[in-house]
Design a protein around this ligand. Sequence first.
Ligand SMILES: NC(=O)c1ccc[n+]([C@@H]2O[C@H](COP(=O)([O-])OP(=O)(O)OC[C@H]3O[C@@H](n4cnc5c(N)ncnc54)[C@H](O)[C@@H]3O)[C@@H](O)[C@H]2O)c1
Length: 263
Amino acid sequence: MSEQLKGRTVFITGSGGVLGSTYVRRMLTAGARVVSSDLPGHRADALKAAHEGNGNFRFYDLDVGDEAQVEGIFKRIMADGWEPNVVLNNAAITGELLMGAGKSFPDFANTSVADWEKTLRTNLTGAFMIARQMDRDIVGRYPAALINVASMYALNGPHHQIYEGMPFKSFSAYSTTKAGIHGLTLWLAGYWAKRQATVNTIAPGAVFNGHSDEFQRRVGELIMAGRMGAPDEIADVMLFLCSKEAGYMTGQLVNVDGGFSGW
Ligand SMILES: NC(=O)c1ccc[n+]([C@@H]2O[C@H](COP(=O)([O-])OP(=O)(O)OC[C@H]3O[C@@H](n4cnc5c(N)ncnc54)[C@H](O)[C@@H]3O)[C@@H](O)[C@H]2O)c1
C-alpha cells in the first residue's frame, strides 16, 4: 500500500459521484483518512456500502448549498475525533444533474434564472461557504490545503457543435461557476499563505462515464491525447495535490485534460 497520503485527513464534498467516489477509493489506498460527504441518496448509499467497515472512512450528509449545514460540518467532524487537513470543494451541479436524466435541455435563450441560480448556489456559493468555514475552524490552527475543482470549461469555451443531437449539452452557468471558483483560489491563496494554508484549483478534462462512441469520437478530436480521460487519471493528480509534496504550490490551476487546453 502506498503511503502517499499518510497523515492526511481529507474532507470531500459531493464524494458519491464518478470522480468523488474514485478519489475516496484511491485516497484510502494511499493511507489517508477520508471524510466523505454528499447529499443523501443513491450515490451516498453506494459509497457507504463500498467502504463499510473501513476504519479510515467516514461519511456525513451535507448539502453544500445549505449555510447552517456547512457552518456545522467541521465541528461535527472534529467532535467525532478527526481534524481534516485537506479539503476538496468537489460537489457540483453539472447540466446533467440539474436537468435530470431524460429531461430536455434548454438552449441559452430558454435558460431560467432559477436553474442559473441553483447552479451558482451549489458550485460557487457552496464552495465559498466551505472555504469560509475552513477559515473559521481550521486555517491558522494547523497546516492545511484546499483544492477547488474547476473544469476544462472554466477558462476554455466549449465547442458547442459536439453536443448537437446529444442528450446533454454544456451549460452556461456551469462554465461561469467553474471560472469563478478559480477566482476564489487566487483570492484565498495570498490571504491564507502566512497562515500555512495552500489553495489550488484542479481542472479535469472530459472524463469517460459511459458516453456514446459518437460523442467520444467528437470530443476525442479536440484532445491532444485523442481520447477522454479515466477517473483514475484525474485521481492521480488529485492525490498529488492532496499530498505533502504539493506543499510549496499555491494559487495554481492544474489542467488534467489530455492536452485539451494546450492547443
Ligand atoms: N466528470 C467530468 O467529466 C468532469 C470534468 C470536469 C470537472 N468535473 C468536476 O469534478 C467534480 C466531480 O464531478 P463528477 O464527474 O464526479 O460529477 P457527478 O455529477 O458524478 O458528482 C457530483 C456530486 O456532487 C453532488 N452534489 C450535487 N449537489 C450537491 C449539493 N448541493 N451538496 C452536496 N453535494 C452535491 C452530487 O450528489 C454528486 O454526487 C465536479 O465539481 C465537476 O464539475 C467533472
